[in-house]
Design a binder for this molecule. Structure first.
Ligand SMILES: *[C@@H]1O[C@H](CO)[C@@H](O)[C@H](O)[C@H]1NC(C)=O
Ligand SMILES: *[C@@H]1O[C@H](CO)[C@@H](O)[C@H](O)[C@H]1NC(C)=O
Ligand SMILES: *[C@@H]1O[C@H](CO)[C@@H](O)[C@H](O)[C@H]1NC(C)=O
Ligand SMILES: *[C@@H]1O[C@H](CO)[C@@H](O)[C@H](O)[C@H]1NC(C)=O
Ligand SMILES: *[C@@H]1O[C@H](CO)[C@@H](O)[C@H](O)[C@H]1NC(C)=O
Ligand SMILES: *[C@@H]1O[C@H](CO)[C@@H](O)[C@H](O)[C@H]1NC(C)=O
Ligand SMILES: CC(=O)N[C@H]1CO[C@H](CO)[C@@H](O)[C@@H]1O
Length: 496
């Protein structure tokens, strides 16, 4: 009774002033979204806090990472989901499940000698034993394989095409298992076949070994020694999730789609790659709730990017043509806080790398360029539109795309040093895919500028698509045939 009374009194005295505002839907506070107003709500502190939360998830997880299937990754997904469900009136939120066979454990002997091996994700578990056959070339073409691999285990070099293509081809010739050996130093922990299994050509148990172990086996075979291998792999069925949130307000048939990925590689907490993109778009999604929009805004946090763009690939595969048509533009954000950064805009118009995106991609690049040059007063460079991140499947579907990045393992040039500061001759991010990819090694100046650029794009297209060409499904379909070739670009081939 006493408590009830005091609340009533408080409400009477303070209510007229405080509660009137609190009762307003949040998105009416600021009116229709505007680039400058949305950017004005972004702070380095908010980004830093969230980076520390993701890093805690990584360090509390047994592998000290946010690799798909780990507690650190599930915690990341739950965190994003919780943050977004705080706005039930503003966003429709979906958790899209994705079932994966995670490679969890493997043992290998070659002529009874133990070899370090890791189970490869997407391949089934099993125990296989038989003669090893080395596959010449890269195993990307059927012609690379002998007529029959019946009962054998194929030894194949990593690179140039998805390992899933290699394993599918080997299995179709009768191989009962595959060993993939690395094309760079280091083991193949946390590696994936990068491509969903074709039911017509099922995968076989697959182990990943180091380059030196693979070369030693090739040398033995070339010397004429028979090598009998015994491979055991354990695969664990696992469900991971894409998190998708779309504004309830705005034209639901004309959507600006903003995405990043939620997982890290095995080697580290993955705070720049790509915790930074995850957080930038989360912070923008939170601040956007203070505004109204004319076009619907969709945010996605993809799972299993590091395993071969699996979350985004699956998502696009589930869209009907009419759902694809609603996405006027997809923008992808990764590596937003590279320590030795450059502001890199995807070359959507093909002017720098001769690979033009679907109609609308050139206009998106132009809007980013306008932002950096005329609004932020910052230098920028261009980066090949090579499909190496989650926008790849959107390109293949003929959907306009774009994005920016701070740089990964590429080396900064002298010219870029003059433009952006930092150090020429070393990578944009020396910690790329390493255990040093932590909050201490982020460049916050780069990160806040990148986040402001994302906010500019979000606000611009949430207001209007008038700067984009009209939707044209016929031309989109034509373009997508061209983009089926993006997987042949050099950067993409280096990465698989
Ligand atoms: C791999 O070998 C270790 C050591 O011999 C053994 O403990 C483990 O059970 C083996 N795992 C599998 C999947 O065979
Ligand atoms: C491996 O060990 C088994 C049993 O110890 C033996 O029978 C077999 O000959 C050995 N194989 C090779 C290739 O040394
Ligand atoms: C493998 O062997 C089976 C019979 O054991 C045969 O039917 C099949 O054609 C062989 N496959 C290849 C690719 O040689
Ligand atoms: C650009 O690519 C097209 C085909 O994709 C090719 O015909 C053309 O020669 C290329 N131009 C340059 C300058 O490389
Ligand atoms: C842009 O780059 C030029 C060198 O090309 C440099 O002189 C200038 O200071 C840079 N501007 C900014 C804002 O960093
Ligand atoms: C759509 O694209 C096709 C092929 O590029 C073109 O022939 C057609 O005129 C376009 N239609 C519209 C309405 O722009
Ligand atoms: C744009 C960019 O650099 N994105 C990175 C995010 O993560 C993937 C996987 O590690 C990298 O390959 C991308 O390059």
């Amino acid at each position: 009774m006493a408590i009830w009374n005091s609340i009533a009194i408080f409400a009477t005295v303070a209510g007229a002033f405080v509660d009137a505002a609190a009762l307003q839907p949040r998105h009416d506070h600021y009116g229709l979204v505007e680039s400058g107003k949305l950017r004005g709500l972004l702070t380095t502190e908010a980004l830093r806090e969230k980076a520390e939360i993701l890093q805690d998830f990584a360090y509390s997880s047994p592998g000290k990472n946010r690799l798909i299937g780990s507690q650190g990754h599930q915690d990341t997904i739950d965190y994003i989901h919780d943050q977004m469900t705080a706005f039930p009136d503003y966003y429709t939120i979906e958790l899209q499940p994705l079932d994966l066979a995670l490679g969890v454990e493997a043992n290998l002997t070659a002529n009874n000698r133990t070899v370090e091996v890791y189970a490869v994700t997407l391949a089934p578990g099993g125990h296989v034993s038989g003669p090893l056959v080395s596959i010449p070339n890269l195993g990307c073409e059927a012609a690379d394989f002998p007529e029959s691999l019946n009962g054998s285990i194929a030894l194949i070099f990593r690179g140039t095409c998805e390992s899933g293509i290699k394993v599918g081809l080997a299995a179709s010739r009768g191989a009962i298992g595959v060993l993939i050996y690395n094309n760079v130093d280091g083991n193949l922990e946390g590696y994936s076949l990068q491509k969903f299994e074709d039911p017509e050509a099922p995968y076989v148990p697959t182990g990943g070994i180091s380059q030196s172990a693979g070369e030693a086996l090739v040398a033995q075979l070339e010397a004429g020694t028979e090598v009998i291998v015994d491979l055991t792999t354990v695969a664990e069925a696992s469900t991971s999730y894409n998190v998708i949130a779309q504004t309830k307000a705005g034209d639901q048939d004309n959507v600006i789609h903003i995405g990043g990925h939620s997982d890290s590689v095995a080697a580290g907490p993955g705070i720049n790659d790509n915790g930074s993109g995850t957080i930038s778009i989360l912070e923008i999604a939170i601040q956007l709730t203070k505004f109204t929009v004319k076009n619907a805004v969709r945010f996605s946090w993809w799972t299993a990017e590091e395993e071969g763009l699996l979350g985004a690939t699956y998502y696009v595969s589930q869209l009907s043509q009419s759902e694809k048509d609603k996405i006027r533009l997809f923008l992808d954000f990764d590596m937003m806080a590279s320590p030795n950064y450059a502001f890199q805009i995807y070359d959507g118009d093909g002017s720098a790398f001769n690979l033009t995106g679907p109609p609308g991609s050139a206009e998106a690049e132009a809007e980013f360029t306008h932002y950096f040059s005329n609004i932020a007063g910052l230098n920028h460079t261009e980066i090949e539109f090579d499909g190496r991140s989650d926008y790849g499947p959107f390109l293949e579907a003929g959907i306009a795309a774009g994005g920016i990045a701070g740089g990964a393992e590429g080396i900064k040039t002298e010219e870029e040093q003059a433009m952006f500061g930092g150090a020429a001759g070393i990578p944009y991010d020396v910690n790329y895919h390493q255990d040093g990819d932590t909050t201490n090694n982020l460049n916050y100046e780069c990160w806040i500028e990148m986040t402001r650029a994302i906010a500019h794009m979000t606000a611009t297209y949430a207001r209007s698509f008038e700067s984009l060409p009209p939707r044209n499904t016929t031309s989109a379909r034509k373009r997508s045939a061209r983009f089926a070739n993006f997987r042949k670009t050099k950067r993409y081939q280096k990465w698989v």
